[in-house]
Every structure is written in C-alpha cells, then in structure tokens.
Design a protein around this ligand. Structure first.
Ligand code: ANZ
Ligand code: ZN
Length: 829
C-alpha cells in the first residue's frame, strides 16, 4: 500500500465536489455555524499566509460539522483595487482580464488544498451582480444622510494618484506604495461613520468575550472618545475669541499661552498689523505638509511662531501670547489648544523652548512641585492650587465645576470630541465600483434610479500609462440623461474605495446567488452573525471598523438583523522565513504549489497548524515541513499494517475493561484521553498544535503496543478502535489521508459527514498511577500503585521503600505531605 498524496488528494477532492459535500442551506433543522476567513485579494497566487489562514478556518469548519452543526464556510474574491490597474499598465492586460485570470488560478490552488468551501456561494466583488447591491446601499445611505459630498483637504498619494482614507495613511505614508502623502483640496463623497461613533464604541462591550483584547483596544483608541470642555479666550484688542477644546479644564488657571493650527481661519486676522506676517506665513507653509501621523511620532519637534497678539485667560485674567504651533491639528477639536506647561509634556517642552511661564495648578501628594526645578510636566491627578475659588478641590471634581461655570458664564461648555472622522470613499481610480450619481446643470446632484442599477463599469476603456482613471475620458460612460429634467448630465467618474466591498460581503454569502435582492431575510436571520471570523491583525482597525459600521447602518436601513457582524474573531500570526516576513522583494517566499507538489496538501496543512498556536508568528523551515510529512507517512504505514489484521471498528468502541488485557486497556485509556484533549484544545483555544501533538502520542503508543496486541482478538479490537479514532481526530487537519484510510479500513461513506468521537469517562480512569516519593522536597523514589488505593497503604509503601529508608535514617519525621495519587513528601530533620 503506497502513500500517493497527489492521486489520493485529487480523488477525494473530486468526490467532495461531485457530492457537494460542503454545500449548506438556511432551511436546515440543525443549529448553524458561520465560519469565515477574510477573503483574498486575487493578486495571482495563493501564498503561505493564505494557506495558514484557511487551514485554521477549515479545521474549525470540519470540527463544527462533526459536532452536528450546519456549517456555512464560503470563499470569494476582494477583486477591485489598484494592483489590477498597475498590472494592466505594466503588462498591457485589461484589469478585468487580469483579475479573472488570477481568480481562476487561485481557485484551482484552493481546490488543490482541499478546503471545505461551499463553492456555490463564491463571489467576486468586481462582478456587477455584486457591486449592484453596493450601489443600492449607497442610494439608501444617501436617503438617510449617511453619505454626503464635501470639499475638504484630503490625503493624496501622488504615486497612486488617488485620495486615501485616514486609515490608509501609515506614519505619513501611503499604506500601499509608501509614498509620502500630501494634502490636496477636493470634493469627495463621505460616509458618515461618525453618526455611529457612540454605537461603535458602546457595542465593543458585546465583543469582549469573542475578540482579542488588543483589537478592541485599537478600535476604542481609533474611535477616540474624549470628554472635556470648550473654553473661549477673548483676543486682546479685538471682538474675536479663540475657542479651545480641552480634556483638562481643571488646569485652566495654569494656561500661560495659546497655540493654534497653522491653517486655523483666524491666523490671518490675528497677525495682521503686528509685523509678524512674513514670519508666521513662512512657518505656516512649512507646517502645511505635515500629517496626523507626523504629529503623533515620538521624535516630532514642537515648534511655533508668535503672532504678536495675546488673548485673556477668562479664569486667571492673565495675558497669554498666541502662537501658531506645528503640533496643533487643524481637524481635531477646534484647532486651538490652551498651553498648560506644568501639566502637559508637549506644552512643557514648548514653554522651555520659548521661555514661557510654567505655573503649577495641580499638586500631587508629597512635596509640592516647583516650576523652577521641574524637569517634566505632571500630568496625573491631584489637588487644585493657584486656582482661586477652586483651590483644595480634587481635580476631577474641579473639572466638573469648571465646565459648569463655563456654561453659566457663557465662556464655554461641556464637550465630547471624537477622533473618528467620516470616511472618504471617493477614489479617482478606474478599477472600482462606480458611484451611482449624476450631476445635472439644472438639478444638481441626481442619484441614479434604483431600477437602473447597476451602473456598470465600462470594460472597453484604454488605461492611462500614468495610472489616471480613463473614466473621465470615456464619454460613453459619463454622458447621460438626467432622469429628473431629461437634460444632459454627467456621471460621477470616481469609484468607491474597495473597503466598501469588504464591508458587507459576509452577509452576501448567506444568499450569494440572489438576483432579485442583496439578501433574503430568512437566510440572514438564520446565518448571522458570523460565528467565527479569522484573518490578519493588520485589519484590526480599517476593515473591521467599516464592517461594523455597515452592519449597523444596513440594520437601520432594514436589511441586517444584527448589531455586530462578527461574534468571535481570531487574528492569526504570520508565516515568516528566517524570522522575516515572506516577500517577493526579499526573495524569501515559499510557494505553496511547489510544496503541495512535493509533499501533498495534507502535509502542508498539517505543518501550518502544527508549527505554532494560531495567533503566533512562525518560521517556515524545511525540517518542519519534513517532520510533518514524516508523521503523515507514519500514520499511513501504521494503517497499512493494521488494515486486514484488525476488525473495522467505530472510534472509541473497543470493548469494556473486563474483556481487555492490560496493554489493550492502556491503549484504550490513551485513545479516550486523546479524544478529550484534542476536543478541548480545538474547542476552547484553537490550540491545533497541541491537539496534533496529542494525536502523535497516540500514534506512537499504537506503534509500541501493536505487535503484542495483534496476538489476541481483544487487542486487535483495541487497535481497530484507536485507528478509527486517529482518522476522525486528524480528519479536519489532513482530510484526504483520513478519508482514504477510513475507506481502506472498510468505512462506509465519507468522513466529511462523520461525527466527532465520544470518549467515555470510565475509560479516562487509569488502572495504575505513579506516586512520586520525596524527603524534604527531594526526589527519592517512585511507586506504582493501583489507581484506587488506600492512602495509609501508600504511606506505608513510601516508608518501606529502600531508598527512602536510607534518607530517613537518623532523623525524626516531622510531617508527611500527601497529594493523593501523585506525591508523598516526608519532612524530617
Ligand atoms: C489643555 C491641557 C492641559 C490638555 C493638560 C491636556 C493636558 P484627547 O484625549 O486626544 O482628546 N488638543 C486639543 N485639540 C487639539 C488639536 N487640535 N491638536 C493637538 N492637540 C489638541 O486630547 C485632548 C487634549 O489634546 C486637549 O486637552 C488639548 O490639550 C489637546 F494638562 O488642553 B489639553
Ligand atoms: Zn436635471
């Protein structure tokens, strides 16, 4: 019996496909389980990161099926986006052709890995049958004022020739190409994600049990709710006032200067006539190009330019110089910050640099702070001092009272601020879903009619070499008739951000072939939410936040029946090579196709699961994949030897204690305890690596005892049962191998429809236990004892053990510590 993975694997893949072994329906009586991996971008080839991600998900899907769940495990393609256009420019292929060819190739690769997908639900987001619904949602959002058009400074990537969302700017660079991001004024479509800021924050609570803590923290910080106050500072010699947002109104008596953003609308009027115009203008120019990420970088040097003007602190009455400062963000709060050097490090650095006064207004316990000797700001809580009528109050109490007083005097108010910004979804790119809007000279912005959807992306265009979208040069696309007045109109030529497609794809899987509607309520009610979502932690903010928003917004438009899309989230680690991320540019990639050709899909899957717990990164090594391959072969050889010699048995079915000899009982014990451990490892923590290790131990024991057990019938039965158990436990991990051996053993049908083995409590009890003997905590011996023994008997055995006797000679026994069935420690001196 030869192990020929290429042949075996293709044979079972064909069978599963023909029998539609993994298709599912929402009309089932069974409980449902929706297992989802983040769908791939069709870049051309499946890489090891995909293999790991999908292998994890596939174990979960099989495991749940074997536990009686009706499992939805779909796959599709996040198929719009820049790389298709770039490849088209480079190779002269149309983005559509490039994308669909890649999908064909990657689909074949996934099939070759034997993943248990319901292929009837495959989706590609670049298909009009998909984006048609997205355009519908755009119109629904427009009706609800959840999308709007606005002119604003935008993040602009000069290399990709498109705007980027804040989330797509990483440390001031484009997340795709690493070009420095510029600011450019453009009129764009925005999704009003801020309307759901509170709900997005609140509902994180629902996710606390199912999501990694750090992802929740990242989301919370991104949404960034700040509770504080706005305070008005009158400008000296002017009717104008500067309003600041602060979370520390309790420190207002310590505000000794004012700082405003370089693009603050009052800059010009403030400097006018002060003689500082040129200086401030030059400074503003220098600051304009900085991004939010620049401000947040640790090494960022805080600088400012004095405007020559002052404002008045409404509490202390003090004159505060007004600076234009590079650390004040124009788009956050009011674009102005009161400088409190004693209690804010940034302000402290600024004050030392420009020789501004430092006044302590919050005292910690212990020796009082002295501004003359302070080397850093004191940002923590304390008691208010130098604060007039507020002196002596705890600062938290002071916050409340000062905010109340602001409202009473009209100098300000309680305020909540959010870090979250609305989501700019306009992209000046071709390969995306058209925004279903037309502009009419008479009627203005005219939404396309629902019955006219989809607004099709034209495929007969010539892409520009510099990456500019061809749509503005394609009259056949943009020329249209206004359906309100019948006049000439012009279609929107921007397309939607591809993150829009991935914000709702999970819901489309519930009813992927529906041509009349995006979903059916029954299917949604049955399948949602996703029970287990699996993907990379790089999507912790962007994609997950957008999908959470879409779920709530579509719920409020009457579509989705849930508040949150993903009940449980697993973020898998990366597959590294020599400690570094695999990348084509570094030349340190491992091609899954090659590995499958060499070892078979089962080995590749097994290695990805065995190498580390799913959250952790692991290194791809030749020795690792070879080790996995040796184990697969070891299982094969064991089965080959046993088949024909042992009876066909169901898992965990070998006879009862009385009928089995001691070795067979030992094997039976191992078999049942392995079922328990593997089940727990997968169910509770997705610890596939320790689960596989436990299966390996069982296989090892079978090798050790088989020759002896093959001599008697009850031993053969014990081996037959253990082999069936191995194949069932290993099936989710190495499905082809297990199917083949199960069939060869005489098993009927497919393991894909099998049930998870059930261990018996009684079989977990061992015949004998090993008790460790110690004197004063040092190991001095061991005794084998019947599992059910008398404690006094065990003590006696310990005292009579020859080595123990030696160590107890000439000393007095003070105490005997007994851990029943495990340890006896005699304390003596
Ligand atoms: C005075 C103060 C004193 C502050 C103190 C802090 C400590 P979060 O929690 O992120 O909302 N701030 C307000 N608007 C800003 C802007 N546009 N650009 C840069 N900084 C800005 O932070 C709120 C604090 O960030 C505010 O409270 C303000 O500084 C600063 F001992 O005001 B604080
Ligand atoms: Zn019109």
């Amino acid at each position: 019996m030869q192990y020929t993975p290429q042949e075996i694997e293709r044979r079972w893949q064909k069978k599963w496909e023909e029998n539609k072994a993994f298709s599912c329906s929402h009309t089932s009586e069974k409980p449902k389980y929706f297992c989802l991996e983040m769908f791939p971008y069709p870049s051309g080839n499946i890489h090891m990161g995909h293999v790991r991600n999908y292998s994890i998900a596939d174990v979960v899907a099989h495991f749940k099926r074997m536990h009686g769940f009706n499992v939805l495990h779909p796959i599709g393609w996040d198929a719009f986006g820049l790389p298709a256009e770039n490849a088209a420019i480079k190779n002269g292929i149309h983005p559509a052709k490039w994308t669909y060819a890649n999908i064909d190739n990657m689909r074949a690769q996934l099939k070759r890995l034997g993943f248990s997908y319901d292929w009837d639900r495959e989706i590609a987001t670049c298909h009009p049958d998909y984006y048609k619904w997205e355009q519908l949602f755009f119109l629904k959002f427009l009706e609800k004022d959840l999308v709007y058009r606005k002119k604003a400074l935008q993040n602009w990537c000069p290399h990709c020739n498109t705007v980027l969302a804040n989330e797509q700017v990483v440390d001031g660079l484009c997340w795709r190409c690493d070009a420095a991001v510029e600011q450019k004024e453009l009129t764009q479509w925005f999704v009003r994600i801020t309307a759901y800021a509170d709900a997005l924050l609140q509902d994180l609570e629902q996710l606390e049990t199912g999501w990694p803590e750090r992802v929740i923290t990242m989301q919370r910080n991104w949404i960034g709710k700040s509770i504080g106050a706005e305070i008005r500072f009158a400008v000296e010699g002017s009717q104008e006032a500067i309003t600041v947002f602060t979370t520390r109104q309790d420190t207002v008596f310590g505000a000794t200067f004012m700082s405003i953003a370089a693009t603050h609308p009052m800059v010009a009027s403030l400097v006018q006539g002060t003689g500082k115009e040129a200086e401030v203008e030059a400074f503003a120019q220098k600051t304009a190009s900085l991004s939010r990420a620049d401000f947040e970088a640790d090494a960022f040097e805080k600088e400012g330019a004095f405007t020559g003007r002052y404002c008045i602190n409404p509490f202390s009455g003090e004159k505060m110089p007004i600076y234009v400062a590079n650390f004040v963000l124009a788009e956050y709060g009011t674009g102005a910050v009161m400088g409190v050097p004693a209690h804010d490090q940034r302000d402290f650095d600024f004050a030392r640099k420009y020789n501004l006064p430092v006044r302590v207004v919050i005292q910690p316990e212990g020796p009082p702070l002295d501004p003359a000797t302070m080397t850093e700001a004191y940002p923590d809580p304390g008691t208010m001092v130098n604060s007039g009528e507020y002196n002596g109050l705890a600062n938290e109490e002071g916050k409340l009272r000062i905010a109340n007083s602001l409202e009473a005097t009209g100098n300000g108010k309680h305020t909540v601020n959010w870090r979250l910004r609305d989501w700019n979804i306009s992209r000046q790119r071709y390969w995306g879903a058209p925004i279903p809007i037309m502009y009419c000279d008479t009627c203005g912005i005219v939404p396309e009619k629902e019955e006219n959807l989809p607004v099709r992306l034209p495929l007969d265009v010539v892409t520009n070499a510099d990456g500019r979208s061809p749509l503005p040069q394609t009259p056949a696309f943009y020329e249209c008739t206004c359906h309100k007045c019948g006049g000439k109109a012009h279609r929107e030529t921007d397309t939607m951000d591809t993150f829009v497609e991935s914000s709702w794809y999970f819901a489309r899987y519930t009813d992927a072939r529906n041509e009349a509607a995006p979903f059916t309520p029954e299917a949604l009610a049955y399948w949602l939410p996703v029970d287990q979502y699996i993907g990379g932690v790089e999507h912790a903010i962007l994609h997950l936040l957008y999908a959470r928003f879409f779920t709530k917004a579509l719920r409020d438009c009457g579509y989705l029946p849930v508040d949150e899309p993903f009940a449980n989230l697993l973020t898998q680690g990366m597959v590294l090579m020599g400690g570094a991320k695999m990348s084509k540019s570094k030349g340190n990639t491992v091609d899954p196709t090659e590995m499958i050709a060499k070892y078979g899909a089962d080995t590749v899957r097994l290695f990805c699961l065995f190498a580390a717990p799913p959250e952790r990164d692991f290194d791809w090594t030749d020795s690792g994949i070879e080790g996995a391959n040796r184990f697969v072969n070891r299982v094969w050889r064991l089965a080959a030897e046993l088949i024909g010699q042992t009876p066909f048995m169901a898992p965990c079915s070998a006879g009862f204690t009385g009928e089995l000899g001691p070795k067979a009982r030992e094997l039976r014990h191992k078999e049942h305890s392995t079922v328990k451990k593997v089940g727990e490892d997968i169910r509770q923590r997705f610890q596939f690596n320790t689960a596989i290790a436990a299966i390996m131990e069982l296989v090892n024991m079978m090798y050790q005892v088989k020759d002896e057990l093959l001599l008697e019938d009850s031993g053969k039965a014990a081996l037959g049962s253990a082999l069936a158990t191995v194949l069932h436990l290993l099936f989710p991990i190495a499905p082809h191998l297990c199917e083949e051996l199960h069939e060869k053993m005489g098993g009927q049908g497919s393991l894909a429809a099998g049930t998870w083995p059930q261990y018996k409590e009684e079989a977990l009890e061992q015949d004998t236990v090993t008790i460790v003997l110690q004197v004063n905590g040092k190991l001095r011996g061991k005794i084998e004892a019947p599992a059910k023994h008398d404690e006094a008997w065990a003590r006696q055995q310990a005292l009579e053990d020859p080595n123990m006797k030696k160590h107890l000679e000439g000393v007095t026994i003070r105490k005997v510590i007994v851990v029943p069935g495990k340890l006896i420690n005699i304390v003596a001196n």
